[in-house]
Design a binder for this molecule. Structure first.
Ligand SMILES: Cc1ncc(COP(=O)(O)O)c(C=O)c1O
Length: 408
């Protein structure tokens, strides 16, 4: 019998090699207590959370928690099945109403995660004979939606209007086309030039789907996302999003003005064939979404904190993925895998939790320590974070490594 696990051997030895050098297993970290959106207890110590995507700090909002507690008591712990079989609960409806109001759109459909929202929308919208044209740096859930469906897949160079144009020009004019974009790309924290990209897609007769997972809550006048800030709302056919970031809980969704949108509930397999979100979760989400409509102050604070971290790291000599602060994700470029892991561990030992990213999640050859800001971070916390980054860099000899790499 051949061992089906043998294909993982290279990864298993790579991982063992990294751990043999004395670094901790990042996947073994346990948050023993979460005290607030910005502080958790790890190894018995208070640790500043700087990698949660909890942009608006809604996880501990008193109204959100109260709504969740009430729904848990009144509707029970779970729905035990799909809405198609077990029925729609009041909370699912309220959640979809909140989304329609938040986005000013006619239709909203809630999925059990953002991953499932992309899986469902991408695989269902574009069928046999249609084309999906997606940014090369698209999230895994978008790629997986492509693999689940039957459309032909065309990738264009990340954020390149020229390449998108070139690829669209080569496709049959009469074929169905779906261009998929993201407002904020979560690895590098850069934003898409949506005005240009959406304009090109429309000029070639394509429908446009924008994933606003990392833009919801704080981009645009109403916090709808980068597409709103770019002024292209009228040309975007579908907005996909998640509750696991600014909304502060779990779930995914798509909103649209398409008149036939509701048919998706019958034909979209990742909606139909999985359990719906529990009552407490949809109650938390609906309350949070409604509060995010009036979160101007938080939004401003999030931007202030993001700029402070971005500017502070640049001033301390770190290389960042974006020249200016484009979003609430600040990605610090690392020279190689080993330095990334050591730096991540040093930060944790110094009491700061950040995300570590490597290919294939990142573009080829890119190693990152990713920070995401929260509106609840204080200026004092960020001062500590900046000081710790400096200390960690000295501990691992980051700047020496970086210079060697540059000189190669
Ligand atoms: C761009 C993007 N889309 C979709 C998702 C999936 O969201 P969820 O965590 O709700 O599955 C993520 C999550 O990281 C994301 O970054």
């Amino acid at each position: 019998m051949s061992d089906l696990f043998s294909k993982f051997d290279p990864l298993i030895s790579e991982r063992a090699g990294v751990l043999a050098k004395g670094v901790r297993d990042p996947f073994a970290i346990v948050m023993q207590q979460v005290k607030s959106p910005t502080v958790a207890v790890i190894d018995g110590r208070d640790t500043i959370l700087l990698g949660t995507y909890n942009y608006m700090g809604m996880t501990f909002d008193a109204d959100v928690i109260a709504a969740g507690e009430t729904a848990l008591r009144d509707f029970g712990a779970g729905t035990t099945g799909s809405r198609v079989l077990n029925g729609t609960y009041q909370g699912h409806k309220e959640c979809e109403e909140a989304l329609k109001d938040f986005y000013g759109m006619e239709h909203a459909i809630v999925f059990s995660t953002g991953y499932l929202a992309n899986l469902g929308m991408v695989s269902t919208l574009a069928g046999k004979g249609d084309y999906i044209i997606l940014d090369a740096d698209s999230h895994a859930s978008i790629y997986d939606g492509c693999y689940l469906g039957n459309a032909d897949i065309v990738r264009f160079k990340h954020n390149s209007a020229e390449d998108l144009e070139k690829r669209l020009r080569r496709l049959p004019p009469e074929a169905g086309k779906l261009v998929i974009l993201e407002g904020v790309y979560s690895m590098l924290g850069d934003i898409a030039p949506l005005k240009e990209l959406v304009g090109i897609a429309k000029a070639h007769g394509a429908m446009v789907l924008v994933d606003e997972a990392h833009g919801m809550g704080f981009f645009g006048e109403h916090g709808r996302g980068v597409y709103e800030a770019a002024g292209v709302a009228d040309d975007v056919d579908f907005v996909v999003g998640t509750f696991s970031k600014s909304v502060g809980t779990v779930g995914g969704f798509c909103v649209s003005n398409h008149p036939k949108f509701e048919i998706l509930r019958l034909v979209c397999r990742p909606y139909t064939f999985t359990a719906s979100l529990p009552p407490a979760v949809v109650a938390c989400a609906a309350t949070s979404i409604r509060k995010l409509m009036h979160a101007g102050e938080k939004r401003q604070r999030l931007w202030e904190m993001s700029r402070k971290l971005h500017g502070g790291l640049l001033a301390r000599g770190f290389r960042l993925a974006t020249e200016t602060c484009e979003s609430a994700i600040v990605s610090v470029l690392m020279p190689d895998q080993e330095t990334t892991v050591r730096m991540w561990q040093a930060m944790l030992e110094l009491g700061v939790y950040v995300n570590m990213s490597r290919p294939p999640a990142t573009p080829a050859g890119v190693f990152l320590l990713r920070c995401s800001l929260c509106a609840e971070h204080s200026a004092a916390q960020l001062e500590i974070v900046l000081e710790r980054f400096g200390q960690a860099a000295a501990m691992v000899g980051l700047f020496e490594t970086a210079v060697e790499v540059a000189a190669e």
